[in-house]
Design a protein around this ligand. Sequence first.
Ligand SMILES: CC(C)(COP(=O)(O)OP(=O)(O)OC[C@H]1O[C@@H](n2cnc3c(N)ncnc32)[C@H](O)[C@@H]1O)[C@@H](O)C(=O)NCCC(=O)NCCS
Ligand SMILES: Nc1ncnc2c1ncn2[C@@H]1O[C@H](COP(=O)(O)OP(=O)(O)OP(=O)(O)O)[C@@H](O)[C@H]1O
Length: 229
Amino acid sequence: MFLVGLTGGIASGKSTVVSILRELGCAVIDADLIARQVVRLGTPAYTKIVQHFGDGVLLVSGELDREKLGAIIFSDPQKRCVLNSITHPQIRREMLRQTLWYFFLGYRYVILDIPLLFESRSMTRYMKHTMLVYCDPQTQLERLMRRNSLSQDEAMKRIAAQLPLDSKLPLADHVIDNSGDRESTRRQVLQLNARLESSLAYLPVRITAVTMATGLVVFACSLLRRLWQ
Ligand SMILES: CC(C)(COP(=O)(O)OP(=O)(O)OC[C@H]1O[C@@H](n2cnc3c(N)ncnc32)[C@H](O)[C@@H]1O)[C@@H](O)C(=O)NCCC(=O)NCCS
Ligand SMILES: Nc1ncnc2c1ncn2[C@@H]1O[C@H](COP(=O)(O)OP(=O)(O)OP(=O)(O)O)[C@@H](O)[C@H]1O
């Protein structure tokens, strides 16, 4: 059983890759989705956010106005740190819970989609493999502006809130280049998934070897004890 960390930059194509992996039957946990769940109306994180940022970040329904909160935190690193310190512990806890659940269900590996995996560093030590969804900077900027209807300045601020994608390249074990069309991305995802599956083929052999080695040590110890007595 092992964990695979999937990461990228804002709008680099993580969700696009995740939907292909899910089609293939992989277990994927989405940190962005959990980040939405932990700040639902009335949750402890929601209460802390309102205490800190005021009710100006709420919609009339009482829910968080994500657009407003985004505009605040993506242009102020200190406020971003505050929001991270409120949400990240809750997100990690829920990710751990879901991971254990997938292993309980019998999945042999679980993919964790964590946008800030390389920024937070401490999480990478739990990953057997890391996978970067890359796209070239110009494509990233254009896709982000189009998807979120942002000006160039706003989009650049959001990109600047993360490590540049180019500096994440040497940190990743595997790279999926999503600068091209969706078909090219799909082919790369299929290839990578096949490699993950094949690394599992050796797992039963390794488990058997470890079991046999442990058995031999136990047997040798008991033999020595008898000879000694
Ligand atoms: C600021 C918020 C309200 C904006 O919400 P919105 O719906 O517009 O964006 P969404 O949540 O879909 O995030 C889109 C992308 O923005 C980037 N992003 C989000 N939060 C952060 C952050 N704190 N720092 C850097 N990049 C971030 C990620 O690449 C993410 O995939 C929201 O992103 C949030 O609550 N962020 C704090 C929690 C967090 O760090 N989430 C990232 C995953 S752990
Ligand atoms: N290969 C592609 N060709 C054209 N458009 C793409 C491609 N991949 C993704 N997109 C588009 O680019 C945008 C960003 O993609 P996606 O939502 O998958 O990125 P993301 O990394 O999950 O974003 P975020 O970090 O904001 O959650 C979306 O509008 C998506 O439809």
